[in-house]
Design a protein around this ligand. Structure first.
Ligand SMILES: [Zn+2]
Length: 100
């Protein structure tokens, strides 16, 4: 996040800006932390490609959100691979049983 006083980039968990030394209202940071980001996770999980795009978009502004997008995209890819492999073997199994 950015300092509302001087615009310097500060860690969203910090309460004081390292550039100007003024206090930062951390209500916003708390909200980000508590927000479940259900839809972000769901989209990243179902559409990993979209999740990776979101990761690139959020990487600069919201690191926490970017990480969530990235993590759930990985979960999505793994799930797709597992389902794909199972599906592949299922059809191999069906083909073998039909032919023989
Ligand atoms: Zn500042």
């Amino acid at each position: 996040m950015r300092c509302p006083h001087c615009g310097a980039k500060v860690d969203k968990r910090s309460t004081i800006c390292i550039e100007c030394g003024r206090r930062i209202d951390n209500k916003h940071a708390e909200n980000i932390k508590k927000r479940p980001m259900f839809f972000t996770r769901l989209i990243s999980f179902i559409l990993p490609v979209f999740g990776f795009i979101l990761y690139i978009i959020f990487r600069e502004s919201d690191n926490e959100k970017a990480k969530v997008c990235f993590r759930w995209s990985i979960y999505g890819v793994i799930t797709l691979l597992v389902v794909g492999v199972l599906f592949f073997f299922f059809w191999i199994y069906i083909l073998i049983n039909v032919i023989t």
